[in-house]
Design a protein. Structure first.
Length: 247
């Protein structure tokens, strides 16, 4: 069987697949059929992870994590299984693989196809999101899938993107947060707390971001629970969505 190389940018995304405390920027085997690489946010980080997994033996690549909505109908927790990624050009996913995974998912999940846009930076306004939607025809955006798709195309490997909406069109991470987020997506409390004290960042904003992240995690965990075999995993314990190992 092929080994699937899974690229995640943030620890919160990786925890939907494994409860292991992953080292940063390193291939970690999840058994014979899957490996994961926690790379940090952005296209350069994702490109390095994809290359590292390919050189380490991966024969298929997957981008897994959160996305921002570009379509006002998409809400936190909606799952995006795109047919293509727009990264200066259109890059198609492996449609057979996508369809096989889609068939494993339960009916209660809200699943959307279409185009996933790649962005070199975090979009922090509804205006920026709508402009990107108009330019690309995409329904959602992230910063890593384009680089992973490019790496897969260059290497002739199957590619799949699995993304869950964490923020809707009308609500985005505020720009002030960019300076307090570590590469793995975790918050630097020493920098965050002064923003809250000064009133530069509202507690209500953090709570809304947290709610969106929880909804996205629930959708991603459901993918692993119901379609684990399609990403190189099998369920160890039916009572626990994190109890997975590779076949």
């Amino acid at each position: 069987m092929r080994e699937i190389g899974i690229i995640t940018a943030m620890r919160i995304e990786a925890r939907c697949i494994t409860s292991l405390r992953l080292p940063f920027n390193q291939k970690i085997s999840l058994g014979e059929n899957a490996a994961i690489w926690l790379c940090g946010m952005g296209e350069e980080a994702a490109r390095g992870a994809a290359e590292g997994l390919r050189m380490g033996g991966a024969s298929a690549l997957m981008s897994f994590g959160f996305a921002g909505a570009l379509d006002s109908n998409l809400r936190p927790g909606h799952l995006i299984l795109p047919e293509s990624v727009h990264a200066d050009r259109s890059l198609q996913v492996d449609l057979s693989w996508r369809d096989s995974l889609r068939q494993c998912l339960p009916g209660h999940l809200n699943v959307t196809g279409g185009v996933l846009a790649a962005s070199s930076k975090m979009l922090t306004s509804a205006i920026a999101k709508r402009e990107l939607a108009q330019a690309t025809g995409a329904c959602a955006v992230d910063m890593e899938s384009g680089a992973v798709a490019e790496a897969a195309v260059r290497a002739g490997l199957p590619f799949l993107a699995i993304r869950a909406i964490s923020d809707p069109v009308d609500f985005s991470p505020p720009p002030v947060l960019l300076d307090v987020v570590r590469p793995d997506g975790s918050a630097d409390l020493a920098r965050l707390l002064p923003l809250l004290v000064r009133g530069s960042l509202a507690v209500s904003t953090l709570l809304r971001l947290a709610m969106g992240s929880r909804a996205a995690c629930a959708a991603l965990s459901a993918v692993v629970r119901y379609a684990g075999a399609e990403i190189g995993m099998r369920r160890r314990n039916a009572a626990s969505p994190r109890g997975y190992v590779s076949d």
